[in-house]
Write a protein that binds this ligand. Structure first.
Ligand SMILES: Nc1ncnc2c1ncn2[C@@H]1O[C@H](COP(=O)(O)OP(=O)(O)OP(=O)(O)O)[C@@H](O)[C@H]1O
Length: 355
């Protein structure tokens, strides 16, 4: 297990993060400049915190109190950088052997050959990084790291420079490589929510140097605890609302003239809360549909077609909502009004005083 509680101030920025990570992939999700890379660098021993403690599987890597600060090479941590940072003047074989150069030549060779086979790099041993595709570079970088048998694997935006087709292929490949060849803790830095959801078991959301929520990926996406987490996970509908009634496991809420029901998932501290509704969870029906509970007749303000979906912005009794519907459902829009249904179980409520 990895346990982290560290603080570091750099100019106007303060990193103040505390979290635990177990075996499996923990995604660190946050916008640019929120402290993701600084967190990884502090773990790897490339940046020294001002205060705090880092332990990995019971061993103290850093403790300001005990004045312990293990050098990077003694931390048993593998770090794959954004651009893979392969040595350009070394072949694939030599890049992979780099981290085990302290072993005797025979053992080195055996291990590298084994790793080259596992990573499907056979035939490329004598190639230089500039002669490799993006995927081959990624596999070489992973091989160079995994050969050192790290207890913790740090991946800093491993797909940021790639186009979406290659990205999907490499994501799958990376997951398979990790599943088949690595049994430790993985921290994966990303600012892409979809990528975090596809690759990680747990997600930690970071904002301005602080951990604002950590949990299973479904917790983070479907039960964000604050407006900041909802925004960070790309929730398109977040608005202030008042609780007017609580009854039979439902809250009745009012926002402008829109009165709607939400399933009660937790007790709210105040009657003034924020509601979040993900754009794809709102259903649409033709404008002449008979209205039932949580169905509303809306005026369409804007409609934008993408390749596979349509985004509609509607005015629902003074509440402006963004809705994403499959292309086929856009046929239900025949004039400038439409009926929408907001499933009460899809609404998440967040206390106004958080985030
Ligand atoms: N040496 C430094 N001196 C002053 N400020 C620094 C230094 N290094 C980093 N920072 C600041 O610390 C903050 C966190 O940087 P960090 O690289 O961890 O962000 P990040 O979340 O990884 O961002 P990105 O997604 O853009 O890579 C930033 O605001 C950055 O400007």
């Amino acid at each position: 297990m990895l346990e982290v509680s560290i603080q570091k101030t750099l100019g106007n920025f303060t990193l103040d993060t505390s979290f635990k990570a177990h075996k499996g992939v923990l995604g660190i999700l946050g916008s640019s400049g929120c402290g993701k890379s600084l967190t990884l660098k502090s773990l790897a021993g490339l940046s020294t915190p001002d205060e705090g403690i880092i332990t990995l599987n019971g061993q103290i890597l850093y403790s300001s109190e005990s004045k312990i600060n293990l050098p990077a090479r003694k931390r048993n941590i593998g770090y794959v950088f954004q651009n893979y940072a392969l040595f350009p003047h070394l072949t694939v074989f030599k890049n992979i052997a780099y981290g085990i150069s302290h072993l005797d030549k025979d053992t080195q060779k055996k291990k590298v050959v084994h790793m080259i086979q596992k990573m499907q790099l056979a035939g490329l041993e004598n190639h230089y990084p500039s002669q490799l595709s993006g995927g081959q570079q990624q596999r070489t970088a992973l091989a160079r790291t995994l050969i050192t048998e790290p207890s913790l694997l740090l991946l800093d935006e491993p797909f940021s420079a790639l186009d979406s087709h290659i990205k999907h292929l490499l994501e799958k490949e990376l997951l398979n490589i990790i599943k088949e060849n690595y049994d430790g803790i993985v921290l994966l830095v990303t600012h892409n929510m979809e990528e975090a959801y596809r690759l990680c078991n747990h997600i930690m959301v970071v904002d301005k140097g602080k951990t604002i929520q950590i949990g299973t990926k479904d917790d983070i996406i479907f039960s964000p605890k604050s407006v900041a987490v909802a925004q960070m996970t790309s929730c398109k509908n977040i608005f202030k609302t008042q609780v007017v009634k609580e009854e039979n496991g439902y809250y009745t809420l009012k926002s402008n003239a829109l009165i709607f029901k939400s399933t009660k998932k937790h007790t709210l501290k105040s009657s003034s809360v924020y509601a979040g509704i993900r754009a794809h969870t709102i259903k649409v029906f033709p404008s002449n549909t008979v209205l039932k509970e949580n169905m509303f007749s809306c005026h369409i303000l804007e409609k934008t077609d993408s390749i596979f979906s349509t985004t509609v912005i509607v005015d629902a009794s003074g509440c402006i909502l963004t809705i994403e519907i499959p292309k086929s459902d856009s046929l239900k829009i025949t004039n400038d009004s439409i009926t929408i249904y907001i499933p009460p179980e899809e609404i998440f409520l967040m206390d106004a005083n958080k985030g």
